[in-house]
Design a protein. Structure first.
Lengths: 154, 178
């Protein structure tokens, strides 16, 4: 009897809940919303993602992300929805294509050039004292003269 | 490489960086061009503060000025509110509609704002923020100028002035309706 009662309660609850909000086409977890929101720039913040910002605008955007995911859109489609309205500026990391590639690879190129310069300089600096140490080779005439003069002083 | 070449190469390498910096400092990072300019204006169906329905689709054939504002947006929204009201009165009989969309606000504060400035054009709250995101707004005030065919033709960020409104509205009014 008690079990049947629980079943009825669950049914009533389900009906009530489904009546309160349109049933989502898909169950979306908080982490899925967080993942998409993490790619988007919070438009009223400085360098914060929609996932991390406590602002009202970011909260509303997270709701929109959730609703679109629940409606069956893929994370890429949801991101595209925002890009269509805000431009690529809304993306926290620029897409890896076209002119944007410069942003991705210029730092790597700069590090490579820097390392090359350091390598050349280090080689130059370490070689010089060694070559200076052996460089003043005495010609035989000079050596003979020193020998004679030191002998003369004895 | 000779010592002389190195002496020239290092300052030369700094030049592109300096050019990039010079460019960067001249560009206002807040002024991001909207990808929506030239595209059909996203439709909306809101309920105005006076409980009348307010839809964009019903305005086809008119030049529509959609202004996003908030009562906490001081001073910019306070500066432009009288300007907007004045323009609305000047243009309402020439086929222009001004619509105010109040975002991230409370109903009481917004209604006080409307009363204080005596705003007579339709104003509606956007409680879910969907309209403001649909228009790609990132702050208030922000204003969109929509032509008679329902296309966004210009966006203005920051407080409106009389000159800005007149320039955009006159240009759109001069275009044929079809």
């Amino acid at each position: 009897m008690r079990r049947r009662h629980a079943g009825v309660t669950a049914l009533v609850l389900a009906v009530l809940l489904s009546g309160a909000a349109p049933a989502p086409a898909r169950v979306v977890s908080e982490s899925q919303v967080h993942e998409v929101a993490g790619e988007l720039r919070c438009v009223v913040c400085q360098n914060l993602s929609v996932a991390d910002s406590p602002s009202e605008m970011a909260r509303q955007m997270r709701v929109i992300v959730r609703e679109r995911l629940e409606a069956g859109e893929s994370p890429a489609e949801v991101v595209q929805y925002f890009v269509d309205r805000y431009g690529e500026w809304i993306l926290l990391s620029p897409r890896r294509r076209g002119f944007n590639l410069l942003v991705w690879f210029a730092p790597l190129a700069a590090v490579a050039v820097g390392l090359a310069i350091v390598a050349v300089l280090v080689r130059r600096w370490t070689r010089r004292p060694a070559s200076e140490g052996t460089a003043p080779s005495l010609d035989p005439a000079m050596r003979e003269r020193i020998r004679r003069e030191t002998e003369a002083e004895r | 490489m000779s010592r002389r070449a190195w002496r020239w190469l290092i300052p030369l390498a700094a030049l592109p960086l300096l050019a990039l910096l010079a460019y960067g400092f001249r560009v206002n990072p807040r002024e991001i061009p909207s990808p929506l300019v030239g595209r059909p204006a996203p439709g909306f169906a809101l309920t105005a503060f006076d409980a009348t329905p307010l839809t964009l689709d019903a305005q086809r054939g008119r030049v529509v000025v959609v202004n996003f504002w908030a009562s906490w947006c001081y001073p910019a929204c306070y500066e432009e509110a009288p300007v907007l009201e004045q323009s609305w009165r000047a243009y309402r009989d020439r086929g222009v509609l001004v619509i105010g969309v109040d975002i991230q606000d409370t109903v009481e504060a917004a209604q006080k704002f409307i009363r204080d400035f005596g705003l007579s054009f339709p104003n509606a709250p956007d409680p879910t923020g969907k309209v403001s995101v649909d228009y790609g707004t990132y702050g208030v005030p922000e204003t969109f100028f929509i032509d008679r065919r329902g296309r966004i033709r210009a966006r203005h960020v920051g407080a409106l002035t009389d000159d800005v409104i007149r320039a955009h509205v006159e240009r759109l009014l001069a275009e044929p309706a079809g």
